[in-house]
Design a protein around this ligand. Structure first.
Ligand code: ME8
Length: 519
């Protein structure tokens, strides 16, 4: 039977600087969602990439005295490295400077033009280079420093040029009808409400070309113009699926199941993008989900962490899975979140080192000592054993529902509730006491605990893939038997199978010694 397809994307990043923690956050979360669906049996296509055109890229390159292409090449390499360092399991990495992407952009442009939605006119307005967007004068304010800024704070400058327009105003009603008919199209609810009131307040036609610089995709038939960078950027999602070759195998992944983005770019994804697609006669993505922003709480990070906004430094300092776990568990996905050294250490020491790490370490080392290093004898399990084992299956159901609405923190919460209960089970059963009084029962308790570790480790894979893999290796679980379909009884550990020597999987974070200045 053909597996269900699941297409998921990150935003494509501007490589005009180095990646920071916000970029890392988007990648970690999207990666966890992609891994979850893969483990749940879907045929997943996970896309990330870089957004290499636009005025911002050109200006940064000019400042550095290099070409925009050189700047894009240099920083795209760093973004790729960051995704790899984060354990990103993307199936493709797209660059908007690729030839296939130019072809896709020109094809969608042509479709929109053929549909009568593109016309040439002149435009004047307040342009923010940082946002790569025009703003209405009423949206801008002049600060005490005399600088005019758009609502998110970047400076705007007056711009007048001849430009092609997209007839966005013609899509107001169609967009509203789409939001009404598809309540899940935009999440979370705050973002949906925001978008709907923006669209209800009236849509103006959108300027979609630039003629004052040429770092972009040329407009078909008018090479003086390059496409507005957002037309080009959004199109990446269909380029990667093979557009305009809609007979391509990859096109069967479209429409995307979810575009994961930051809340700063909702308007582009939930208003402009669906309007472009409607105009071009292409199906719309099923969902656009915007996560919140991360802020450093302003507390001092450990001195040796150095530049805390650098994802590479964070990973090196705390370890990849600690970083992934912290952001996914601590920040309710969809809301803003803050991070600090203390918060990272407290959360990961409590949940990973103490709860999950100890559960695995205590049970596995008892097994190594008392059961000849093989999976203990299951014996006859009792009600309490079955009850706790069942909890893992229930956690999968809860996690599946939560992941369906991108509630990653809830999915992790459900899984770690089972870890906490498993610890209570283990402590309550006192296998160390049973060793003398009832060694057969001790074997059953150790068996149950090891089997629980197997189930929990399977569930943890999307979030902390490296550590989950180590746990499954310690239980000698076959590499081909680690998906959610293997969670149940049929694939349970087999008594008597050999186990490797146990090793700690989650080291406790210990403050590095300093020369008295404090960490
Ligand atoms: O917007 N906290 O690229 P970009 C959380 N190229 N997430 C953050 C963040 C923060 N402080 N700062 C950035 C672009 N992000 C366009 C996208 S898509 C067709 C084109 C995240 O590099 C957030 O997800 O400026 C944001 O949307 C993304 O980084 C890309 O930012």
């Amino acid at each position: 039977m053909a597996r269900d397809k699941f297409y998921i994307t990150t935003p494509i990043f501007y490589p005009n600087g180095k990646p920071h923690i916000g970029h890392a956050y988007t990648v970690i979360a999207t990666d966890a969602m992609a891994r979850f669906q893969r483990l749940d049996g879907k045929d997943v296509f996970f896309l990330s990439g870089t957004d290499e055109h636009g005025l911002k890229m050109q200006q940064t390159a000019d400042k550095e005295g290099i070409s925009a292409q050189e700047l894009a090449d240099r920083n795209t390499a760093v973004f790729r490295d960051m995704i790899a360092a984060l354990g990103g399991s993307n199936d493709q990495f797209i660059r908007t400077t690729e030839e296939r992407h130019h072809r896709a952009c020109q094809a969608i442009w042509q479709k929109m033009a053929d549909n009568g939605d593109i016309y040439l006119d002149s435009y004047s307005g307040w342009y923010s280079v940082r946002q790569e967007a025009y703003f209405d004068e009423s949206e801008t304010t002049v600060g005490e420093d005399g600088v005019r800024r758009e609502p998110l704070g970047s400076p705007v400058e007056w711009n007048e040029e001849e430009t092609y327009f997209f007839r966005l105003s013609a899509y107001q009603d169609k967009l509203l009808a789409h939001y009404e008919a598809n309540p899940d199209f935009i999440g979370p609810a705050e973002r949906r409400n925001e978008v709907m009131s923006f669209v209800r307040s009236g849509l103006k036609d959108l300027s979609i070309s630039r003629s004052t610089f040429n770092w972009g995709v040329p407009v078909p038939g008018d090479e003086k113009h390059v496409m507005y960078v957002w037309v080009d950027a959004l199109t990446n999602y269909i380029t990667a699926a093979g557009y305009p070759d809609t007979n391509a195998e990859r096109w069967s992944y479209w429409p995307a199941n979810v575009h994961v983005i930051g809340k700063d770019i909702v308007r582009f994804h939930a208003v402009y993008w669906p309007a472009f697609l409607m105009s071009a006669g292409i199906e719309l993505p099923k969902r656009v989900y915007a996560h919140g922003f991360l802020f450093n709480r302003g507390e001092k990070m450990s001195k040796s962490v150095g530049n805390v906004v650098d994802p590479f430094t964070l990973i090196e300092h705390y370890g990849l899975d600690a970083v992934r776990y912290f952001f996914l568990r601590e920040v309710p996905f969809g809301q803003d979140g803050s991070y600090s050294h203390d918060a990272i250490v407290n959360r990961t020491n409590a949940d990973l080192a103490n709860d999950l790490g100890n559960l695995a370490q205590r049970s596995l080392s008892m097994i190594a000592k008392n059961c000849d290093g093989v999976v203990p004898e299951k014996g006859t399990l009792g009600e309490e054993d079955f009850a706790i084992l069942k909890r893992a299956g229930e956690a999968l159901e809860t996690a599946r529902t939560a992941m369906g609405t991108q509630a990653l923190h809830q999915a992790l919460g459900a899984i770690f509730n089972v870890v906490a209960e498993a610890n209570r089970y283990f402590a309550g059963q006192e296998p160390w006491a049973l060793k003398k009084t009832d060694p057969t029962r001790m074997q059953s308790v150790l068996y149950t605990t090891a089997e629980l570790v197997r189930r929990v480790a399977i569930l943890c894979q999307p979030f902390i893939p490296g550590s989950a893999e180590k746990l499954l290796d310690l239980l000698a679980v076959d590499k081909g038997a680690r998906s959610f379909a293997h969670l149940g009884e049929e694939n349970a550990l087999v008594s008597g199978s050999a186990l490797p020597a146990p090793q700690p999987v989650f080291p406790r974070y210990v403050e590095p010694k300093t020369d008295g200045e404090g960490a």
